[in-house]
Design a protein around this ligand. Structure first.
Ligand SMILES: Nc1ncnc2c1ncn2[C@@H]1O[C@H](COP(=O)(O)OP(=O)(O)OP(=O)(O)O)[C@@H](O)[C@H]1O
Ligand SMILES: [Mg+2]
Length: 511
């Protein structure tokens, strides 16, 4: 008897099925992947299990008996824990307080005991955390450990992780996987949602594939291949994108001279004395472990927090140092930020409105201060078609963006920023959260910008992505550029060494 059976589950929104008679069976002691394109219905299915949505048909069996949870609290009480696509921790509280938040505490248990229990769990599962640290000061990997401990603290038997690795460094991902294997050995079940085929192959026992809201296959990982999985997911095999174009490039388009970005209250700047050039028709990859100054460098280029930036920035021949975000936008600098939900979308506005946020009040969308509805809609429809955005049911381009699935929200920002008006694009983790075909499409789009003679700064934690489309690759470590290599000389190993700060240390020593 499986630990969990979801049978014949259906739910629809605005006239479209998000789950269409889905079946999922998960055993104790199993790591089970849920795979499917953006909008296939993965998060929705887990939300039904977790008591957030109510299914229109079907039934859920938990340890053999039929259940129906009306709230996450009920699901947790029954032994199911979920770590969501976006964290729900309180930054201003300590790790221990976050773990205890919402916990139905037995009466008269001293806090000291709770703390000991947290430390005991933390040791047992190799989830290292400091109970007294403020959550706001933790790295993303540490925050995720807190989320998992919070679930384990409640005596769960099934842990659901919705895209847990999207924001993790490769080292943190490896640590997470070893925790999952620990859990599995102790008879827990784990459901993991991820778009990364290599992770599915590495850590899961079985995979259930969703396509357009339907469960199309459940496969044993050891007996399948990533080709078979992608065929099940999209109905065809997908090839990888490769930059086969010449590295011949044009004039200097973006020049950074001695850029330093200061941090408030800290001695060491986030970015230290960075000088580089991106030419017309060139994709410059910025590789490095996240948190080494990449975000601050991107923000310096687009004009965010410009009071903290020292040094000079030129677009073409023109200095843009000290100018506003708006001015730089008007001059053609576009930005795809890594935190798209927070930094780039207005969740309550609809798809067509979000798509015109950048060009608001400009031709062709507005004329004599009157919005041209037909133009706006035509633009939105084209973008939705090009990026295969799955809107909510029959609402189409009128869907508020908050109703779109995680990956489909990302696509809206990309469609808006990679547009004819841009001359230079700063793209930070552009394919994070996107499924295989959307990632392929975005990489092709960036190559197309190169052909059109634009410049691209591609910041990515995914070395394979960097190697596949960049012309040159700069490595950032500790706020500095530790090396710049042409693609022909770059390899995962060479980049890895630079990311570890080897070059940097050698220089220090020889000084
Ligand atoms: N509350 C809601 N109202 C309207 N539509 C919704 C709602 N929740 C989900 N949907 C729709 O259901 C479909 C499936 O969404 P879901 O979030 O389950 O996709 P997903 O497989 O998790 O995708 P992703 O990989 O992008 O996270 C989407 O088309 C989405 O717009
Ligand atoms: Mg999702």
């Amino acid at each position: 008897m499986p630990m969990l059976s979801m049978e014949d589950i259906s739910i629809s929104f605005y006239g479209a099925y998000a789950n269409d008679h889905v079946n999922l069976h998960v055993e104790a002691g199993e790591i089970h992947a849920l795979l499917g394109e953006n909008g296939a219905g993965k998060t929705t299915l887990m939300n039904i299990l977790f008591g957030i949505y109510k299914a229109e048909s079907g039934r859920v069996l938990w340890n053999g008996s039929e259940v129906c949870f009306h709230s996450p609290q009920e699901a947790i009480r029954a032994g199911i824990g979920m770590v969501h696509q976006h964290f729900s921790l309180v930054n201003a509280m300590t790790v221990l307080d976050n773990v205890l938040l919402g916990y139905e505490m037995p009466l008269f248990v001293p806090r000291r005991k709770m703390r000991a229990r947290l430390l005991e769990l933390s040791a047992r599962y190799g989830l290292k955390v400091d109970p007294d640290a403020l959550v706001g000061e933790l790295s993303i990997g540490e925050k995720q450990r807190v989320e998992i401990l919070k679930a384990l603290f409640r005596d769960i038997r099934l842990l659901i992780l919705d895209e847990p690795t999207g924001v993790l460094t490769p080292q943190e991902t490896a640590q997470l996987f070893s925790v999952l294997r620990h859990l599995k050995e102790r008879g827990f079940a784990v459901i993991i949602i991820t778009h990364r085929m290599s992770e599915i192959i590495a850590v899961t026992d079985r995979v259930t594939v969703l396509r357009d809201g339907r469960s199309v296959a459940t496969l044993v990982t050891a007996e399948t291949t990533s080709e078979e999985l992608s065929r099940a997911m999209v109905g065809r095999a997908l090839g990888a994108v490769q930059n086969t174009q010449s590295a011949q490039t044009g004039r200097d388009l973006l020049t950074l001279r001695n850029i330093t970005v200061l941090r408030s209250g800290r001695k060491r700047p986030a970015v230290e004395n960075v000088s580089l050039t991106v030419r017309e028709g060139e994709i410059l990859g910025i590789a490095g472990v996240e948190g080494n100054g990449q975000k601050e460098l991107a923000e310096a280029v687009v004009g965010i927090r410009r009071g903290r930036v020292r040094g000079e920035i030129l677009l073409g021949e023109r200095s843009v140092s000290g100018t506003s975000v708006r001015t730089r936008e008007r001059l053609g600098i576009a930005y795809v930020p890594d935190d798209r939900q927070h930094d780039a979308l207005v969740p309550d506005m609809d798809v067509s409105e979000n798509l015109m946020l950048r060009t608001y009040g400009k031709a062709p969308f507005s004329r004599f201060h009157v919005f041209r509805r037909a133009q706006i809609q035509k633009n939105a429809q084209e973008a939705v078609n090009a990026y295969a955005v799955r809107t909510a049911g029959t609402l189409g381009i009128k869907s508020p963006v908050r109703l779109l699935s995680g990956g489909n929200q990302q696509k809206i920002v990309l469609a808006r920023e990679i547009s004819p008006e841009s001359r230079f694009i700063v793209a930070s983790q552009p394919t994070r959260g996107l499924d295989l075909s959307a990632s392929t499409f975005v990489r092709e789009k960036l190559l197309e910008q190169k052909r059109l003679g634009k410049g691209v700064m591609l910041i990515s934690a995914d070395l394979e992505e960097i190697l596949s489309i960049s012309d040159r690759i700069a490595v950032m470590e500790g706020g500095r550029i530790t090396g710049i290599l042409p693609r022909s000389e770059a390899s995962i190993d060479a980049l890895g060494l630079l990311m570890g700060g080897m070059e940097h240390k050698q220089q220090e020593e020889s000084k």
